[in-house]
Design a binder for this molecule. Structure first.
Ligand code: FES
Length: 131
């Protein structure tokens, strides 16, 4: 998996005049959505390392998601966990459940899981790692 590009965004933080610079490194995961679907079955997970960071790619019935492959509780690899019907990834260690769309833990236990961007483009499926 090769890094394709980096993008930078400058935006205003809500309710302040503080400007925030966001850097995203982009990686091509698959050549097409069809290839992604054939290689990653529903409720499947794939661990990749991008920008030195372990990332868990997940496919559910609602789509593809990318999150840090480290549970915010005590760091267990979430790619060893399971995916449930609520679009949550369940940590194999203490069963904390993180929603794949926003990273929130279902019972508010601890920090949010870091989510990353996945874009389906004409030329492939791309992972955008927030740095
Ligand atoms: S390490 Fe994931 S729930 Fe404890």
């Amino acid at each position: 998996m090769a890094k394709m590009a980096s993008t930078y965004s400058l935006f205003l933080k809500p309710n302040s005049n503080l400007k925030v610079l966001e850097k995203i490194d982009w990686y091509k995961l698959y050549n097409s959505v069809e290839e992604a679907k054939s290689k990653l079955p529903e409720n499947g997970k794939r661990r990749v390392v991008a920008s030195g960071r372990p990332i868990c790619i997940v496919r559910t019935k609602t789509g593809f998601y990318a999150v840090d492959d480290a549970c915010p509780h005590l760091g267990e690899s979430l790619s060893k966990g399971t995916v449930n019907y609520l679009d949550e990834i369940v940590c194999p260690w203490h069963s904390y459940r993180y929603h794949l769309q926003n990273g929130e833990e279902c019972k508010g236990r601890g920090a949010k899981l870091v989510t990353h961007r996945l874009e389906m483009r004409e030329d492939g499926v791309f992972l955008g790692v927030n740095l």
